[in-house]
Design a protein around this ligand. Structure first.
Ligand code: ADP
Length: 332
């Protein structure tokens, strides 16, 4: 059976982008066809300025939302990254295989580091090195596939490079994984800035649909989405980024194809209206289940405890193997 690993970062409230780009497939497809692990990658939330209490709250909320989105702890493993030491243990070894140059080429590092500098802040060293930790997250489990949105493609490519390099230098240790992306909505864009990704940690709140937004808020955000000059509803991500984003969201909700849908609409208004309703209906069961789970926090904690125990057992042999292969003396 294939092994699948993926995760979400508790740096903000989860968004429609997280759901369409990643979480929905985890619950509808991946958990049923593979031995899969889904993780709240909380260590990654410490790479930029953070409030400790907020990270704790968001981590719990993200775990609850993963279950609300349909992950079933009877068939997959749901856990929190920092509960499993093997991630950090392996990360250091991979830092000894990665190069400074390849880390500085990571697009997300360049973007986030420059935003941090523009704000007058300092750039944490972990912002440079976190793709190595992400590689460790993936490689520790002998992962075959990493279902992610396409913003993560470069990081999975780095993971592959590090796995291949480690195996060549020190003997076969890691499975070389590959990224998988959804056919539609692999990169949901910000509704107010449709040339930028809808990212949960961004400041442009009105352009981001959060999974826990009330239906009225979802409708308002989508009805106010920035559209493009012109009147025709056309699917062209370059020339019509706003309209194309709405077409992709609608297609992803309804299981259609954005190009075909473009032909169905004559005005931006009716496209927005249908998209808003489709998103409200998509989120309704997730929100309902989230409410039920919030009434039972002990259940969520139990799932995370069992998940961490299982994950530790799965990761340990691979990480111990990597320690031996790279030349470290095993404990007596
Ligand atoms: P972010 O902080 O940008 O929301 P995460 O690292 O927590 O990102 O992302 C969790 C998953 O959601 C990843 O697989 C990522 O590729 C996916 N994802 C995030 N934003 C989007 C988006 N706007 N469109 C599609 N997928 C996305």
């Amino acid at each position: 059976m294939k092994r699948v690993f993926s995760g979400v970062k508790p740096t903000g409230h989860l968004t429609l982008g997280n759901y369409l780009g990643a979480m929905r497939r985890w619950s509808t497809v991946d958990q049923h066809r593979a031995d899969s692990l889904f993780c709240v990658v909380d260590l990654h939330a410490l790479t930029v300025e953070h409030d400790p209490g907020r990270v704790r709250r968001l981590s719990h909320q993200a775990a609850t939302l993963l279950l609300a989105a349909g992950l079933d702890p009877q068939v997959c493993t749901v856990f929190v990254q920092s509960h499993v030491d093997e991630h950090a243990r392996l990360s250091y070894l991979l830092e000894c295989v990665a190069t400074d140059g390849e880390m500085r080429r990571m697009i997300q590092y360049k973007e986030k580091a420059s935003a941090e500098r523009d704000r007058g802040g300092s750039v944490r060293l972990s912002l440079l090195t976190y793709p190595v930790l992400m590689a460790a997250d993936i490689l520790a489990y002998g992962t075959d596939e990493v279902p992610v949105g396409d913003d993560q493609a470069q990081h999975v490519e780095l993971t592959r490079d590090l796995a291949v390099r480690f195996n060549q230098r020190y003997g076969h240790t890691f499975v070389v994984p590959r990224a998988t992306h959804p056919e539609v909505a692999a990169r949901v864009m910000n509704l107010q800035e449709p040339t930028s990704k809808m990212g949960k940690s961004d400041d442009v709140g009105p352009g981001i649909v959060y999974l826990l937004d009330e239906p009225a808020v979802v409708r308002k955000k989508i009805m106010r989405a920035v559209t493009d000059s012109g009147q025709d509803v056309e699917y062209d991500r370059e020339a019509r980024p706003g309209v194309s984003n709405l077409l992709e969201i609608l297609a992803a909700c309804e299981g259609g194809n954005p190009e075909a849908l473009a032909g169905v609409y004559e005005s931006y208004g009716s496209l927005k209206k249908d998209t808003a309703e489709a998103v409200v209906e998509l989120l309704r069961p997730v929100q309902q289940r989230h409410k039920e789970l919030c009434a039972d926090p002990a259940y969520v904690e139990g799932v995370l405890r069992d998940g961490a125990a299982r994950a530790r057992e799965m990761a340990r042999p691979t990480v111990d193997g990597a320690y031996r292969a790279i030349g470290l003396l095993p404990p007596a």
